[in-house]
Write a protein that binds this ligand. Structure first.
Ligand code: S3P
Length: 427
């Protein structure tokens, strides 16, 4: 797919429901007592994999509409062993959270995924689950993951070796069926959608700076979840607005959980004009409308502590840096090497091919900004939805356009991405 340069990016839009929250709503709804209605469900290849996985494990999921589901909860320990391996497709969140849940179910379960998911690290969840008493096997640290559920898990206190919401969530979800409390200590705060949804479902959740504890509940009752717009899906649109002169974009009904919105702080530091309106709360999550207007950008530095708040948006930060005055440096982002692709190399190769001055380091990039349009060129998505979206934004901000190899991979998180983007573009 070729993305031509934009004269400006202008308009008002909404984006599909948050992927992290959609996965969690289906998983917790399945463990609930009674029905859970999910509105604003973000339907994508990743979240469809979660629905299919739950069906394979004996859960009734009714598709009411494209963005609405009703889950028939089977109770905290009611999942059934599937006939064969459960396919998690490309979804790391599904594989890691589901392994945590299965640790306390009855039976033997095998989880597998696509070529990308089968090379991602899984010992990071297997290790704490074993400490809780579960039997979890990986193949040299990777999927397929085999879980033998245990009726006698014990709660633990676990200090995360890497800042990862997926690992934190796997341990907390196993803790639902453990004896005694489960505590996770985090080196840096990561997204807390699991904690917030558990609280909404009636679980006793105690939070203090750097740690979260849950008590095993008698039951979960979610009944209704309203999923806000996905900040990570809005991020490419907001980045395009910041980059292309004359742009002004507002995204409505966006999830603004402070552990997700690091990009807004970075955009402000870089000089873009950012405004947030209509702040409200929905099921414990912050929601609002976000407007970004173009301005000449200046370079910035991203520190390790900041990384979890914008981990999926860092490729866009490298692009923003390529057109900002000065040198932009991203530190402490080694986790990007084990995402859907090695995002450090995918970004460096992709942006360089369009004329950007980007150098990769082990844990990030150094980007020398040139305050003029990128030349443009060809970018390989490497089967990674966030890299394809980066290519699209680079194309709009370029002088010659960007050809994206593997553009269709955006359907992993945002099937209508190109159409929505196109509705904002003036050429
Ligand atoms: C996610 C957590 C992050 C993020 C991923 C979704 C989640 O991964 O990159 O896209 O829903 O918990 P890590 O927790 O592994 O950093």
């Amino acid at each position: 797919m070729r993305i031509a340069p934009a004269v400006a990016v202008v308009g008002h839009v909404a984006v599909p429901g948050d992927k992290s929250i959609s996965h969690r709503a289906v998983l917790l709804g399945a463990l609930g007592d009674g029905e859970t209605r999910i509105r604003g469900f973000g339907r994508s290849a990743d979240t469809e994999a979660t629905v299919r996985a739950m069906r394979a494990l004996g859960v009734d999921v009714v598709d009411v509409a494209d963005d609405e589901l009703v889950i028939g909860g089977v109770g905290l320990r009611g999942l059934r062993a599937a006939a064969g391996p459960v396919d998690c497709a490309n979804a790391g969140t599904l594989m890691r959270l589901l392994t945590g849940i299965l640790a306390g179910q009855r039976g033997r379960f095998e989880l597998t995924g696509d070529d990308s998911l089968r090379v991602r690290p899984m010992e990071r969840i297997a290790a704490p689950l074993r400490l809780m008493g579960a039997t979890v096997r990986t193949e040299e640290g990777h999927a397929p993951v085999v879980v033998e559920g245990s009726a006698t898990l014990n709660g633990i206190e676990y200090a995360l070796p890497v800042a990862s919401a997926q690992v934190k969530s796997a341990v907390l979800l196993a803790g639902l069926n453990a004896t005694g409390a489960t505590t996770v200590v985090e080196p840096v705060p990561t997204r807390d959608h699991t904690e917030l949804m558990l609280e909404a479902a009636g679980v006793r959740v105690r939070r203090r700076p750097g740690a979260v504890t849950i008590e095993p509940p008698a039951e979960l009752r979610l009944s209704e979840v309203e999923v806000p717009g996905d900040f990570s899906s809005a991020a490419p649109l907001l980045a395009a607005a910041a980059l292309v002169p004359g742009s002004d974009v507002t995204v409505h009904g966006l999830g603004l959980n402070p552990r997700r919105t690091g990009l807004l702080d970075v955009l402000e530091r870089m000089g873009a004009r950012v405004a947030v309106f209509n702040r409200r709360r929905s099921a414990g999550e912050a929601v609002g409308d976000v407007q970004v207007e173009h301005a000449q950008l200046v370079a910035t530095e991203i520190r390790a502590e900041e990384v979890p708040r914008l981990v999926d948006e860092l490729p866009l930060v490298a692009l923003l840096g390529s057109q900002a005055h000065g040198e932009t440096v991203v530190h402490g982002a080694a986790e990007l090497r084990v995402k859907e692709s090695d995002r450090i190399e995918a970004v460096t190769d992709g942006l360089r091919a369009s004329g950007a001055r980007v150098h990769s380091r082990e844990d990030g990039w150094t980007v020398t900004g040139v305050p003029m349009r990128l030349r443009g060129g060809r970018l390989e998505a490497r089967g990674d939805h966030r890299i394809a979206m980066l290519g699209a934004v680079a194309g709009l901000a370029s002088s010659k356009g960007v050809e994206i190899e593997g553009a269709e991979t955006v359907s992993v998180s945002f099937p209508g991405f190109y159409e929505l983007l196109d509705s904002l573009v003036r050429r």
